[in-house]
Write a protein that binds this ligand. Sequence first.
Ligand code: 0A1
Ligand code: ZN
Length: 884
Amino acid sequence: MDIASTPSTPDADAQIADAAPAPQAPPVIRREDYQPPAWLVPQIALDFRLGIEETRVTARLSVRRNPAGSAASTLHLNGDQLTPLAVRVDGEAVNDWRMDGADLLVELTGEAHEVEIETSVNPAANSQLMGLYASNGMLCTQCEAEGFRRITFFPDRPDVLSTYSVRMAGDKGQFPILLSNGNCTATGEGEDGTHWAEWHDPWPKPAYLFALVAGDLVANHAQFTTRSGRRVDLNIWVRSGDEQRTQHAMDSLINSMKWDEEAFGREYDLDLFNVVAVSDFNMGAMENKGLNVFNTRYVLAEPETATDADYDGIESVIGHEYFHNWSGNRVTCRDWFQLSLKEGFTVLRDQLFSADMGSEAVKRIEDVRVLRAAQFPEDSGPLAHPIRPDSYQEISNFYTATVYNKGAEVIRMMRTMAGPDRFRQGTDLYFDRHDGEAATCEDFVKAIEDGAGLDLRQFRLWYAQAGTPQVAVEASHEGDVATLTLTQTIPATPGQPEKQAVPIPLRIALFDRDSGRHAGERLIVLDTDSRSFAFEGFARPPVVSINRGFSAPVAIDMERSNEDLVFLAAHDDDPFARYEAMQSLVVQHLVAAVGGGLSETARAEGRKAIGQAFAAVLSDDGLDDLMRGELMVLPGVAYLAEQVLVADPAAIHEEREGLKAWLGSELAESLVALHDRVSGVPYSRDAAARGARKTKAQALVLIAAGDPAEGARRAIAQYRAADNMTDRQSALTVLCNLEGPEREEALADFLRRYQGNALVIDKWFALQAGSFHPQVLQHIEALSQHPEFTLNNPNRARALYMTAAVNPKAFHDASGAGYRMIGELIRKLDPINPQTTARFVPQLGRWRRIEPARAAMMRAELEKIAAQPGLSRDVREQVSKSLG
Ligand code: 0A1
Ligand code: ZN
């Protein structure tokens, strides 16, 4: 089926719309309706006859009644766009099966049976990239969350765990490498140039962890010996020619395996660990047991083609998928409402891993930046949901920053309250108690409660309530006592008008103004609506450093003088708090400036304070360059827009650009000196050199903002001299914003230089789509017609359009052209790949928080999408919630 390549005329669309019955709202799945499965499948044998256009699948399920389930005699097997070619029960063909929508129902009389089903799928036509699909001549699978049902009929739910035996046969020339989960138990040659392989995975697993890969691949091999002496073969499989770019992924894998033994006492449990890189993939990567499948962008790296951020991304995603072997695979989820059980915990684990591999402070800052840019807006918009949602229509829509990143923050708070050692006792107990089970978030909290010795009764609310808590802080001072009164409010979210107070652990330090020091950090827990905390021994009101290390995922609302913030930015001994003070200084200023609340004098004063703080950052010898670069990053437009009820994103963007220009010219001399110094640091992957590159990028941005001609001169010089992608990309980012011949020269050179390297060509699209050039929208339009552009590859589609959708200059253009572009994209991409398409909807869904003229245009786009016939369940859910 190829709906995507048969565009219909507007007239034909109108006819369909007239004739079609009103679209049925997809059913709502509710957490409270959970029922254990009536039938279990302890074993499954799968036989694949592989072909790009047709793959035949025979599945033999050993089923038995679940003593804990209902006594239903019907075996309910999920399917999605499948037809059963044959159904056999205990070896006999049966005809009395029935379809229930896309699902297959088979009547069974006894306690245990063998059910065999044949299906056929067309991997080449699978543009959704769920189930079995073809990518670049190879075959691969993606089964989480509900892709297995697109391969064969099966109880496709995570609480049905089976032992898998897999046989696959295919053309030896086309598919020389045949991989599945577990260990390879036998191989052989067939007739007519075919060969086959058998795989067996001894660990029972849910269907979403099944994987199969067949293709022409080469491996980077290594070995790892676990602490108990198991020798594990490691392979990273890529297309021939890419193997030189896999060493960082391999090093990251080995580091992850060692780290999980040390930090969480978790050892690998098979003799083989395979990673395969595929270029068509909806997400980052997938933790299939023993056979992780990765988006190429999280595997391939070499200095010439990958930035430092790309290297960091690979380390964290390799770690993330590896850590799932315990948090996700050995202990899996009972149902998809429990997704944060594996995702929140695994994100926390990968964050702690990356922090240990590099700079803890910088990693924390980056994680909080992601949370604020992606999760805070989600939590305050129409798609807000708790980290353990109560209902969904399409589970793919719940792989969100809330479930992942806020989920990690919630577990991190437990760790903060217990301390790392007691927390570890909690996680040990969790793994011991639930190994081999499909567990719930409640099981996790209970294990931490018991193992770490915490009372988490009230804390459980963090799992149930959506919305980012706001903590208002009032400081007063009398005699030698400083008092802080903290008040929490959790905003109403869809379906949750009223909230209860949650426990909020806040790391806090009070600085004495005279000595510039504090008498030790404390952890206070605000667990009521409002509470006062008194601190003795302050002759003068102290400077308050609160939510240090971002100990709780909340928004702090506290009025502070510029003087206090400048003090903290320069002196706080908690590096996160230092960053936070810089951010608050800028946020306070920009929000006031955009709101029209600043007189010219006040604006000048605000800028002066920011300039002073920046100057200190530029010249502080005690700072390493990595941290310096981090401190120089201004808060993003999305986060700034979050600070007000109704935002004018264009005004925020302009004011932010104005501040950059002011800083650039005010600090020109130091910025130029800094850019010169760090430009002299030779390329290496060590922290000092990475810091130099980060600072170089930030300095260049500010120099160009203050003096575009000087910026262009420096940027093109940096571009031409670059011996690595970080420098080349940061130079090109700056050039893309500017007009002039340097821009064209560099863009043309970049395209020529990296022809054939898909990941770098993605950057070429993204750099232009993310630019603040006055003609950015025309550029994007032209790029959509470029021969290198395609909507069929998610990386390419996102490089152009997701970058555009988060670029305030493009998306929020006053004409509404940005909204129309994304609306049109959604309508065009949905028939090809609903999962990737649905991720664009939340940008338009923010309309209620945007000024009225733009809001009306955003809403109109959503309505136009809603009116499109044949909309996917994924997009329909997001659009109807965004309009509702
Ligand atoms: N479990 C994976 C994420 C993932 C989810 C759905 C997918 O379907 C396309 C793919 C990957 C993880 O957390 O890494
Ligand atoms: Zn994950």
